[in-house]
Design a protein around this ligand. Structure first.
Ligand code: G3H
Ligand code: 13P
Ligand code: ZN
Length: 317
């Protein structure tokens, strides 16, 4: 069942975080639904601009609709990840997305406010929620490269939320996208997160760039011919402390790519004569489902389906 991110955040706030996982293809979709069904967790499906243009945006919708029929017990939201203004409007008009992210974080503050406000007006008119971003993460966001990441200013966050009317806010607290997050020790700024939560109590915050880049995964990829040197990620033991400080949505994409890369590199290394891609594909779907279930445990979302159902029936949805 597709629900809104708002409904999921109402249940999660202050207690646990909802895993927001990106999909691009069928195998990821199957692994994602299986993993969440197995761990009885609500979740958010994220669709990036790159995912929409990889094949055709309609395939993503069709896969999700089919998965919804196959796993009727799943409760999830469908979210546009890192949208620009044009893509947000397209997603809003499609009637398929529960929420959109307008990412104008690379723009100066006033322009970010102006763009976000326009998207909020269009989205709210259709009952769709908006995630916005203030501050800049390091790493790569679509085609925007953040070479000088700047952390979110807590006072500015209050002004931004008040002026834009956005429903949730992605904050820059030291994480970055991709497989190379920290040079040396991990530096997540919980002090900034606490300052933001103090100024915006009850307001859902979002942590991007949250993949953990498991070192055993990196080692297996490298042993099978990969070359990921110095890859590092967020300590997943930090997911719950972040949730306690108002983070209701934790974005994980790169870790799934690592699972895919490890499975396929190992499979074709060990079966050099094989050309039936369904064989590693099957392994990937199973491994990805296991990975999703393991993340849901760490996010605290595992086993929360009942609580979400109770909330939905109480609010008459
Ligand atoms: O933050 C970016 C997400 O990991 C999506 O990546 O834009 O390459 O699909 P993508
Ligand atoms: P990772 O690159 O850490 O998986 O972050 C994903 C993300 O933030 C998607 O919006
Ligand atoms: Zn992101």
């Amino acid at each position: 069942m597709i629900v809104t991110t708002k409904q999921l955040f109402e249940v999660a706030y202050g207690n646990f975080a909802i895993g927001a996982y990106n999909i691009n293809n069928l195998e990821q979709t199957v692994g994602l639904f299986r993993g969440n069904a197995d761990s009885q967790a609500p979740f958010i499906i994220q669709i990036s601009k790159g995912a929409r243009s990889y094949t055709h945006k309609s395939f993503l919708e069709a896969m999700i609709r089919t998965a919804e029929e196959i796993w009727p017990e799943c409760i999830f939201a469908v979210h546009l990840d890192h949208g620009d203004e044009e893509t947000c409007y397209d997603a809003i008009e499609s009637g398929f997305y529960s929420s959109v992210m307008i990412d104008a974080s690379h723009e100066p503050f006033e322009r970010n406010v102006e763009i976000t406000k326009r998207v909020v007006e269009r989205a709210h008119a259709r009952g769709i929620s908006v995630e916005a971003e203030l501050g800049q993460l390091g790493g790569v966001e679509e085609d925007v490269v953040g070479e000088n990441p700047c952390l979110t200013d807590p006072d500015q966050a209050v002004e931004f939320v008040e002026r834009t009317g956005c429903d949730s806010l992605a904050v820059a607290i030291g994480t970055s996208h991709g497989a190379y997050k920290f040079k040396g020790k991990q530096t997540i700024h919980f002090d900034i997160l606490e300052a933001i939560q103090k100024r915006l109590p009850g307001f859902p915050l979002v942590m991007h760039g949250s993949s953990s880049i498991p070192q055993d995964e990196v080692e297996r990829i490298n042993a099978a011919g990969g070359r990921l040197e110095g890859a590092s990620g967020v300590d997943p033991a930090q997911y719950l402390p972040a949730a306690k400080r108002g983070v209701t949505k934790i974005n994980i994409d790169t870790d799934g790519r690592l699972v895919w890369t490890r499975v396929h590199r190992e499979y074709f290394r060990d079966h050099p004569q094989e050309i039936d891609f369904r064989k590693p594909g099957r392994i990937f779907m199973e491994e990805y489902a296991k990975f999703i279930a393991s993340r849901n445990e760490l996010l605290g979302s595992a086993g929360q389906l009942e609580a979400v159902r109770a909330h939905l029936s109480k609010s008459g949805s």
